[in-house]
Design a protein around this ligand. Structure first.
Ligand code: NAG
Ligand code: NAG
Ligand code: NAG
Ligand code: NAG
Ligand code: NAG
Ligand code: NAG
Length: 328
């Protein structure tokens, strides 16, 4: 009898503890909790760290503001420290003499802070490993930023857990790196191209977007990223500068159409849509509204003034749900 009572108590308390941990809202939406991570579409900022007073910047706002506005996917470039006296990883675009946004550690700290304050949010980081830095050095930056404890490891070719399961696991940061991954030394820094493919990233013309499997070449993976940002080449140089002045056009109907085209061609919604100047668009359409439409949720806020509102149904794309990959 005593044993029986004990068992009943044990079961009740385990159930209580468990149910306390079950999130009811995941990345801002109740609808997301029971959906696998791999079936959600996310807004991604290209060169998220590159903001400020410099012609080479890709964004108008810093990462804490991006987080406040609803961005949850960050594309970061890891470079060797230019002073090369330390093993610190530096966030630079193309070259650290053109644009240097400080250490990876400092930016990762911003993300740690957000995660501590927002227990039901999942964040994804993509590293362009410009100098082929060893994963163990990235781990050092994550350790120093207090972020390693949050990093999630997903086996290749397995079904992704739901958003709620990821949140419950406490490991809410998904990390990919585009070269030199070493899953023996740092399992959570996952080789991007075993999980994700990308459309072409060097685009100069808003009428020439493509929906092709660019990286890894012709090797579709379970998830994909649409790169939707434009460069101008500085005459007689290899330097490319983001097209800032047209971002309000690039990130509106043109973006919706590119997303629709790729969704049709790949017969699958994009997982990540990467843009420059994410805050740009127009009153009726911007990247947040387009992504909400893909996720079949309503878009209630976003944009840096926090007041933009739109009805996702008016932006809703003609989305076909189809898990089998189909590449033309
Ligand atoms: C990280 O946060 C600090 C303090 O808010 C800010 O000064 C810095 O610019 C942020 N870094 C990035 C890359 O957004
Ligand atoms: C800095 O880089 C240069 C060129 O790669 C190399 O010769 C030198 O040894 C490096 N210095 C340090 C302190 O790592
Ligand atoms: C886009 O912004 C530019 C200024 O940056 C402005 O001249 C242009 O009228 C805007 N276009 C639209 C369609 O809002
Ligand atoms: C979408 O596809 C159509 C048909 O191929 C093409 O004419 C259009 O330019 C594409 N739009 C974008 C923004 O990619
Ligand atoms: C979109 O969500 C609504 C409820 O908000 C639901 O009725 C509808 O079936 C959903 N559509 C798809 C394609 O999932
Ligand atoms: C999914 O796509 C495949 C390949 O294009 C097609 O054969 C299949 O009919 C589609 N399934 C659904 C439910 O649309």
């Amino acid at each position: 009898m005593l044993l029986y009572t004990f068992l009943v108590f044990a079961i009740i308390s385990i159930t209580l503890v468990k149910s306390q941990n079950v999130p009811t809202v995941c990345n801002g939406y109740a609808e997301f909790c029971n959906i696998p991570y791999s079936q959600i579409s996310f807004v991604a900022t290209h060169n998220s760290y590159a903001y400020g007073n410099n012609v080479a910047v890709n964004q108008n706002f810093d990462i804490p503001t991006q987080l406040k506005d609803g961005v949850r996917v960050f594309l970061l470039d890891g470079h060797k420290s230019p002073s090369n006296t330390s093993s610190e990883i530096e966030l630079c675009h193309q070259s650290c003499s053109l644009l240097d946004s400080g250490t990876a550690k400092n930016t990762l700290k911003n993300i740690t802070k957000f995660l501590q304050q927002n227990p039901n949010e999942v964040i994804t980081i993509f590293w362009e490993n410009f100098d082929n830095i060893a994963p163990i050095n990235y781990k050092t930056s994550y350790d120093q930023a207090g972020l390693t404890q949050y990093c999630f490891t997903q086996p290749v070719d397995e079904q992704w857990p739901t958003m709620a399961e990821i949140i419950q696991s406490g490991k809410r940061v998904i990390n990919f790196i585009d070269s030199n991954a070493n899953t023996d030394s740092v399992p959570w820094l996952m080789p991007e191209y075993s999980y994700v493919f990308e459309t072409p990233f060097e685009n100069f013309n808003s009428n020439a977007w493509q929906c092709t499997v660019d990286r890894p070449k012709d090797q579709p993976q379970q998830m994909y990223m649409i790169n939707h940002f434009l460069y101008n080449k500085i005459t007689n140089t290899n330097i490319e500068i983001p097209q800032r002045d047209s971002a309000n056009v690039t990130n509106a109907a043109n973006l919706a159409q590119h997303v629709q085209n790729c969704t049709n061609i790949f017969v699958q919604r994009p997982n990540y849509v990467a843009v420059d100047f994410y805050d740009k668009g127009n009153n009726n359409i911007n990247v947040f509204g387009i992504i909400a439409g893909l996720n079949n949720v309503s878009y209630i806020s976003g944009g840096t003034d926090g007041t933009k509102q739109s009805d996702a149904s008016s932006l809703k794309l003609n989305v076909q749900q189809n898990d089998s990959m189909h590449v033309e």
